[in-house]
Design a binder for this molecule. Structure first.
Ligand code: SF4
Length: 369
C-alpha cells in the first residue's frame, strides 16, 4: 500500500493540463478521453485513477514512460498495416478497465488493485522528442502507444504522434476500444491505425471488466469512419467468451461493419487473477476462426500458438486464395503483395496499408539495432 501511495504521488507530479475535456460550472470538468466520461469535482480523480481535477483544470499524464521497446508490428498484432515494420512501442501506467485476465497487469492494474505494485522508480522521465528520436535511431517506422490503455493517456500520445508524423513515421494505438466520438475526432489527424480488443460480445461480461459493450462497438465504427486502419483482436477464454453463439454474433457484427476488418482470435494463458482454467488450445482457436470465416470475414487469424494453427497465421487473397504473406508467430518469411497493395495472381486489392518498399520480398526482423 505504501508503494502504491508513492506511485500515486509520483504520477501526480508527472502531469500537465489536459486538452480533452469540457469545463463545467462550479469548477467541475468532464473528461471525454474514454467512455466513462467522468464528471469530476475539484480534487477528484477519474475511474482511471490517473486524470484529476485540479482547481477546475483536468491534469493528465505527461512526460514519462513505464515501458518502451522495439517490437515487430505483428506483435501488436497488426497484419495488414505495414507488415514487417519495426515499431517503437511505449506505455504509461493505468487502465480504465480491471480485467481479471489482464496480460499487462503490472503496469496496467497497479492503480486499481492493491495487490499489484509497480515500482515508481521504473517510471522514466522522457520528452516526446526523445521517444521519436529513439524510434528513428533504431529504424522503427511506426510509433505505438500500448502496454497500458492509450485513451486515458491520449494527450501524451498525440504529442508524440505529431512529432512522429513530422519525421515521416506512422502511428498506432493498441486499445480496449472504450472510446468516445470526440476522442476519435481529436486523435484521428495524428493516428494512422487502431487495434481494438473486442473482448466479448456480452454487455454483462463487459460490466465485469468495468466497461460496457456498446461504446466499444461504436468506437470501431467511428474509427473506421475517421479513416483509421482498424484491426480487431479477441482473446478466446475457455468458458468465458468462447461459446459458438457469442463468437458467431461477434464476427457477424464485424463482417457487418466491413468484411475487410482483420480479426485475430488469440489463445488465452492463465495469468493475473484468472488462473482457474487451461490455455486455449489450437482446435478451439481453429473452430472460432472457422466461424469468423463463415460469418463473412475476409481476413481471419489465429494467434499466440505459433506453428500450431496451420494456415491461420498466413494472409490469403480473398478472391483467388493465393498465399500472400507467410508468417510464423510475429515473423514473416514471404510477402508477395505487390507494390500496389494487390494480389500478384489476380490483382485483387488487399485491404490495409502496404508501403511499396516492404512488398515482394522475404523479411526477417533484425533486433540487432
Ligand atoms: S480517461 Fe476515462 S476514466 Fe479517466 S478521467 Fe477520463 S473519462 Fe474518466
Amino acid at each position: 500500500m505504501k508503494s502504491t501511495n508513492f506511485l500515486r504521488e509520483t504520477l501526480r507530479k508527472r502531469t500537465t493540463a489536459g486538452g480533452f475535456y469540457t469545463k463545467l460550472t462550479g469548477s467541475k470538468v468532464q473528461c471525454f478521453a474514454c467512455a466513462h466520461e467522468c464528471t469530476l469535482k475539484p480534487g477528484q480523480f477519474g475511474v482511471c485513477h490517473l486524470r484529476f481535477n485540479q482547481e477546475g483544470t483536468l491534469q493528465v499524464p505527461h512526460g514519462y514512460v513505464a515501458g518502451m521497446g522495439l517490437d515487430p508490428i505483428e506483435k501488436k498484432p497488426f497484419f495488414h498495416f505495414s507488415p514487417g515494420a519495426l515499431t517503437m512501442s511505449f506505455g504509461m501506467v493505468g487502465c480504465n478497465f480491471h480485467c481479471s485476465f489482464c496480460q499487462n497487469w503490472v503496469s496496467a492494474q497497479s492503480l486499481n488493485d492493491p495487490t499489484v505494485s509497480f515500482p515508481a522508480q521504473y517510471l522514466t522521465p522522457i520528452s516526446s522528442e526523445e521517444v521519436v528520436h529513439a524510434a528513428k535511431r533504431n529504424h522503427a517506422s511506426v510509433v505505438v502507444s500500448t502496454y497500458n490503455e492509450p485513451f486515458i493517456t491520449m494527450e501524451w500520445a498525440v504529442e508524440i504522434f505529431q512529432k512522429a508524423h513530422e519525421e515521416g513515421m506512422q502511428t498506432a494505438m493498441v486499445s480496449n476500444g472504450f472510446g468516445t466520438q470526440q476522442a476519435i475526432e481529436k486523435l484521428s489527424p495524428h493516428l494512422d491505425a487502431l487495434k481494438i480488443d473486442l473482448k466479448s460480445f456480452s454487455d454483462d461480461r463487459y460490466r465485469e471488466l468495468g466497461g460496457r459493450l456498446q461504446p466499444v462497438l461504436d468506437t470501431i465504427g467511428w474509427a473506421r469512419e475517421a479513416g483509421l486502419w482498424v484491426e480487431i483482436v479477441t482473446l478466446l477464454i475457455p468458458e468465458w467468451n468462447d461459446s459458438k453463439e457469442e463468437i458467431w454474433n461477434l464476427t457477424r457484427f464485424l463482417a457487418g461493419v466491413s468484411r475487410d476488418i482483420p480479426w485475430h482470435v488469440t489463445s488465452f494463458h492463465p495469468d493475473y487473477h484468472m488462473q482457474d482454467r487451461n490455455r486455449t488450445n489450437a482446435s478451439s482457436l481453429s473452430l472460432a476462426a472457422e466461424l469468423g470465416q463463415e460469418a463473412g470475414l475476409n481476413y481471419v487469424y489465429a494467434g499466440n500458438l505459433p506453428g500450431k494453427v496451420g494456415s491461420l497465421e498466413n494472409t490469403y487473397c480473398p478472391h483467388c486464395q493465393k498465399e500472400l504473406i507467410t508468417r510464423r508467430g510475429f515473423f514473416i518469411s514471404h510477402n508477395r503483395i505487390t507494390a500496389q497493395g494487390a494480389c500478384p495472381a489476380c490483382e485483387t486489392p488487399i485491404a490495409g496499408y502496404f508501403p511499396p518498399e516492404r512488398q515482394n520480398r522475404s523479411l526477417y526482423h533484425s533486433f540487432l539495432v
